[in-house]
Design a protein around this ligand. Structure first.
Ligand code: NAP
Ligand code: GCO
Length: 267
């Protein structure tokens, strides 16, 4: 197979969870550009409809399903519908996720559980639903969207960091348990990306200055900028393609260098 063909996703079906917008939408656009058929889900029909329209604007005929990824029965029903209506899922991107920024001692156990449910339990549920057909088909790619918080902590994100740290190890365990079936499971660890999820960290202050956290991230990132969701498309194509058939259990950090850098000293 020549090198260019190794990156082709022609004939492949890709499910990207929570991909009406944000990082999931950008990853799905990249997979579509490489030839994949795109399937996505969201919790509400109105968001699925908006997502389908947004994909159409990009020239992509995406298949959308209403599904809460924390609902195991709902996920199993959705996967069965996809297999019947679109085809067996070759590529799963566990993207759907939430964050609650609350000091740990002020966070309720229920709030903690809600984050763990979406960011860790759901990737388990969806991966468990798609692996049997991947085994039958003889190949599969699973990409879990991890985080800087798979490696680092910070104030107010205890539940999110616990979930994303667990997701890193779930990724390594799926790789270990199903590698023999030609299933590769890897993670993408985005740095700080400009999406609705991080919008509160980038709000312009009343005096017109940049948010302190915005300035902090710029100082901590060698690239000197926030990431764009499109920065994740190429890495996702790589981990979804034959070009990564011997890459397994790896977390690919797409962070502009944050994890490598002590940070710019204050001027
Ligand atoms: P986002 O803009 O908040 O989008 C999250 C998506 O997940 C939305 O479409 C949301 O749908 C969906 N979702 C949430 N809970 C769901 C559920 N129970 N069932 C189905 N869909 C659900 O977030 P993002 O910035 O694109 O982040 C996407 C992923 O990247 C997340 O896993 C996040 O943790 C991770 N990440 C983000 C960054 C960053 O800097 N932005 C960095 C590292 C990792 P609704 O709108 O209906 O809730
Ligand atoms: C935060 C941010 C981060 C990013 C991302 C970094 O509050 O610190 O939301 O958690 O979302 O996970 O990789």
């Amino acid at each position: 197979m020549n090198l260019a063909n190794q990156f082709s996703l022609d004939g492949k079906v890709a499910l990207v969870t929570g991909a009406s917008y944000g990082i999931g939408f950008a990853i799905a656009k990249g997979l579509a550009a490489a030839g994949a058929t795109i399937v996505f889900n969201d919790i509400k029909q109105e968001l699925v409809d908006k997502g389908i329209a947004a994909y159409e604007e990009e020239g992509i005929k995406a298949h959308g399903y209403v599904c809460d990824v924390t609902d195991e029965n709902g996920v199993n029903t959705m996967v069965a519908q996809i297999e019947k209506e679109v085809g067996v899922i070759d590529i799963l991107v566990n993207n759907a996720g939430i964050i609650k920024r609350i000091p740990m001692v002020d966070m309720t156990a229920e709030q903690f559980r809600q984050v763990i449910d979406v960011d860790l339990n759901a990737p388990f549920i969806v991966a468990k639903a798609v692996i049997p057909s991947m085994i039958k088909k003889g190949h599969g790619k699973i990409i879990n969207i991890c985080s800087m918080m798979s490696e680092l902590g910070r104030e107010t994100v205890s539940a999110y960091a616990a979930a994303k740290g667990g997701l890193k190890m779930l990724t390594k365990n799926i790789a270990s348990e199903y590698g023999e079936f030609n299933i590769q499971c890897n993670g993408i660890g985005p740095g700080y990306i400009a999406t609705p999820q991080t919008a509160p960290l980038r709000e312009t202050q009343a005096d017109g200055s940049r948010h302190p956290f915005d300035q902090f991230i710029i100082a901590k990132t060698p690239a000197g900028r926030w990431g764009e969701a499109e920065d994740l498309s190429g890495p996702a194509v790589f981990l979804s393609s034959d070009a990564s058939n011997f890459v397994n259990g790896h977390i690919l950090y797409v962070d502009g260098g944050i994890l490598a850098y002590i940070g710019k000293q204050p001027q």
